[in-house]
Write a protein that binds this ligand. Structure first.
Ligand code: NAP
Length: 309
């Protein structure tokens, strides 16, 4: 495993996303929630993953409970990241929300507490005020943001009165926009991008095609899995397969290596099986050449432009 630092946090370049844990929208079922998900967490820690990402909203608290149960006795090995839904970011409300997450996770403090998305009706300063108190009380070790534009990220830093080291955003070869704005900012200012849906929710894994259609879960409503998008993606998916073959790797591993190869980016893929997790973790060791990175970036840009038209 390789690591990057964000303030006093040491994050594995491949983390673990846990939206799937206990969430109806992914439809992975009760055996997954009870047996596979805890096993995925345990194996991830064994393989050197430190960053585990959850949120109060995933499975309405079930994801936090599953993660909490699985890390019991291994707390020190983990950088625990959760998220606050900032519907009403008033001090009393946020206190209740963080205590709910702490209880479900079974810990005294959350290492990285992220504002899940900006609330357009509340200023960054007002959103950050209660979070500053949580830092002072030691209930959270660092504040992060998610789904923030560069402008809102910087305004949130001013509101908090200290650097916000991480912004968790949708970022993959299928959604490459952060490459041109957020990543350069992160690189220059000592910040990190946490790439969510780094496999395009499985789109880049090579198992979906225009013939197979969208999976019968949350992805049915995703524009990415529509027939037209799968057709437009053929050159990108072909390029991924080509690079994968040259490295005796899989398309999913190349998709992750492209992200972490940019520096100042960590990826948090979700997994349906322990085998997928192991495959994803192994991508930490895969280094792509500058030419391969540039070729994949160009294919991603072409796909992005084509789907916007
Ligand atoms: P993702 O990680 O891109 O895709 C996960 C899915 O891809 C898996 O459920 C699995 O689905 C497939 N997969 C995983 N490993 C694979 C492999 N090696 N080969 C082929 N397919 C593979 O998408 P995500 O779950 O949306 O994003 C990851 C994490 O980011 C979430 O768990 C969550 O923690 C976070 N997230 C945050 C936000 C936010 O607003 N901050 C939003 C979304 C997600 P199948 O096997 O069923 O195809």
């Amino acid at each position: 495993m390789r690591f990057v630092e964000a303030g006093d946090l040491r994050l594995s370049v491949i983390g673990l996303g846990t939206w799937q844990f206990g969430s109806r929208e992914w439809g992975y079922g009760s055996t997954y929630a009870e047996d596979t998900a805890p096993e995925i967490v345990r194996r991830a820690i064994e393989l050197g993953v430190t960053l585990i990402d959850t949120a109060e909203i995933y499975g309405f608290g079930r994801s936090e409970r599953i993660v909490g149960g699985a890390i019991a006795g291994r707390r020190e090995a983990v950088v625990l990241a959760s998220k606050l839904v900032p519907l009403l970011p008033l001090p009393g409300v946020v206190e209740r929300q963080v205590h709910g997450s702490l209880r479900r996770l079974g810990v005294d403090a959350i290492d990285l507490y992220q504002v899940h998305f900006p609330n357009p009706f509340v200023s960054p300063r007002s959103t950050m005020a209660p979070l500053r108190s949580l830092l002072e009380e030691g209930l959270v070790r660092q504040v992060g943001v998610s789904n923030h534009t560069l402008g809102r990220w910087r305004a949130s830093e001013r509101g908090l009165g200290r650097p916000i080291r991480t912004n968790q955003v949708r970022f993959s070869l299928a959604s490459p926009l952060p490459h041109w704005e957020l990543v350069p900012y992160a690189r220059e200012e000592g910040r990190l991008i946490i790439a969510y849906s780094p496999l395009g929710q499985g789109f880049l894994g090579g198992g979906h095609s225009k013939h197979s259609g969208a999976p019968a879960d949350i992805r049915r409503s995703s524009g990415l899995f529509r027939r037209r998008s799968l057709e437009l993606a053929e050159p990108l998916l072909g390029a991924l397969r080509g690079v994968a073959a040259a490295h005796a790797a899989t398309p999913a591993q190349v998709a992750l290596a492209w992200l972490i190869g940019q520096g100042n980016v960590v990826a948090i893929p979700g997994a349906r099986t322990v085998a997928q997790l192991e495959e994803n973790v192994a991508a930490a060791e895969l280094e792509l050449s500058a030419a391969e990175l540039a070729m994949l970036t160009a294919e991603a840009a072409r796909f992005d432009l084509a789907t916007r038209r």
